[in-house]
Design a protein around this ligand. Sequence first.
Ligand code: NAD
Length: 243
Amino acid sequence: MSLKICIVGAKGRMGQAIAEATVEAGHKVVAKIDQGDDLKAGIAAADAVIDFSFHTVTESVFQTAAELGKPVVCGTTGHSQEEKAKLLEIASKTATVWAGNFSIGVNLLCYLVEKAAGILPMDYNAEIVEMHHRLKKDAPSGTALMLADAVLEPRGLNYDDLRHGREGITGERTEREVGMHSLRGGDVVGDHTVIFSDVGERVELTHKASSRAIFARGAVRAAAWSVGKKPGIYGIREVLGLA
Ligand code: NAD
């Protein structure tokens, strides 16, 4: 079925990749919304809305989509924990697919990291390293936070155990802490590695994205899946049938 799609953040790097992926999948872009455009009219004209813009925009996208009863796919990252808590409430009023990364490879990586974190004892210290292009506005990346969830949950840890970078007299590394390191430069689309190190060996699980098309195709696939779904918050695993 050919769908009418509204893109929010349409002039951005991802917005442009999503427009291409929409057409490639046989759907139609009926609204390209960026700063200053009429969000409500754009969403009203569409079967589904795909938002890859800025963290402060998400609330109005979720609110408007809920009012109009339209499904939403959100790939925007950089929300604080407080923002997320508020957004989850609004997002549950319509069918919302929300993911920090829409690539199949990264979602496989998350699955493998979750298994490794559960199988390897805590003395296999976990550290997360991500690298992105120099124009990225938030850190750590949404994907790095998905990977953090995959490490923290099976180990009974929480966000207070994340150690964002290290500087100065930090003291010895504790067993609980999970290091998080963000590198920025050039045109890197997105590299993520989770390292589990013990004395004598280490395991490294890595994903490298070389094209934004992988996220864009995943988002368009999620939009097609979301049409007709009951209100609620879904992840990419549901879209892929892995949940
Ligand atoms: P970008 O800066 O190139 O584009 C963002 C766009 O949003 C810009 O055109 C900007 O003008 C627009 N925008 C800002 N305020 C707006 C408003 N009020 N209304 C409408 N549009 C507005 O950024 P990007 O590289 O395209 O990334 C966008 C977001 O997607 C970021 O949060 C990024 O981290 C995230 N991202 C997610 C995935 C994923 O798979 N989930 C993959 C890549 C990027």
